[in-house]
Design a protein. Structure first.
Length: 297
């Protein structure tokens, strides 16, 4: 019997939030007002000049959860971001602490690479246990009455995943809007050959599938855009539109990645984000410190 509102049949409600400082999009995805929600890629602001955090980018997300009277069940990361600190722990603490923080299982490789660079204490385990759930490709979970499928989309990083709810897919940093192209592949664990396969997976979804970006850099000063269809990407994406070969894509990425500076917040971001957004413990003077390895990145 086909029943409206049965698990997996509902259409998601989606609210987007834009952090202009890091050009990051966060999302609240929910089944219905008063129902259940997931937060995707929430941001904790951070000034590398003063060392001050700023909860404003996550406070707008919390305000939405409150306004819609939502119970937060998931805090989803599309990968360990290198350009902003995750607001996951802050959002979890502000929402009764029952939501589960999740990421792709490839986070273990990212941890194994970076933990030694930061010289984390020997009790830091690169096994992903800092997160509440590690997703594998094809995993399915529920957000209230919504059914969400995990699509592994490595290439930008080895832990990158996309989240599909019906015909809506949150693609993380694999893709950007068609006029900005695709994500860099020069971070540790990044691989343009692997990203090409991930992008084919996304672009082989039905043409009217809506793809939601994690970043928008507003090229040419245009207005913010954060969602487009698979058909638009196939037709217009400057890096991966239909007809671009694997070899062409890999050559383009190698050439472009060689010109890119590191993200301004990569050093503070990675050390926090591979700990699921947890800041280090305060030292014996009550102050929290982030580390900067010299001549390392
Ligand atoms: Fe990224």
């Amino acid at each position: 019997m086909f029943r409206l509102g049965a698990k997996g049949l509902s259409k998601p409600e989606i609210q987007h939030f834009y952090d202009a400082t890091t050009a990051t999009l966060s999302y609240v995805v929910f089944d219905q007002p008063g129902g259940h929600a997931a937060v995707i890629d929430c941001v904790l602001g951070y000034s590398p000049v003063s060392g001050r955090t700023d909860t404003a980018p996550s406070d707008v997300v919390l305000a939405c959860l409150h306004e819609q009277q939502l119970t937060l069940t998931w805090i989803l990361e599309t990968h360990a971001h290198a350009d902003h600190l995750s607001g996951a722990q802050y959002v979890k603490a502000k929402t009764r602490g029952t939501a589960r923080i999740a990421i792709g299982r490839g986070i273990r490789d990212v941890q194994a690479h970076f933990a030694p660079l930061y010289n984390f204490a020997t009790d830091f385990k690169s096994d992903g246990h800092q997160f509440d759930r590690l997703f594998a490709n094809g995993d399915v979970f529920e957000i209230g009455t919504l059914e969400c499928e995990v699509i592994a989309t490595p290439g930008h990083t080895s832990d990158s995943v996309s989240y599909r709810i019906g015909s809506h897919v949150f693609v993380g940093d694999s893709l950007f809007m068609p006029d900005y192209g695709t994500a860099r592949c020069d971070f540790p664990g990044g691989d343009a050959d692997v990203l090409f396969d991930s992008l084919q997976r996304l672009l082989s979804l039905p043409a009217d599938t809506r793809l939601y970006m994690c970043h928008d850099y507003k090229p040419g000063g245009r207005d913010l855009r954060y969602v487009c269809t698979v058909a638009e990407q196939q037709q217009d994406n400057i890096h991966i539109k239909a007809g671009v070969s694997r070899a062409e894509f890999i050559a383009m990425r190698a050439a472009r990645d060689a010109t890119l500076n590191l993200p301004a917040l990569i050093v503070p971001s990675i050390q926090v984000n591979i700990r699921a957004g947890q800041l280090p413990d305060a030292e014996n003077n009550g102050i929290v410190y982030l580390k900067t390895p010299v001549d390392t990145f």
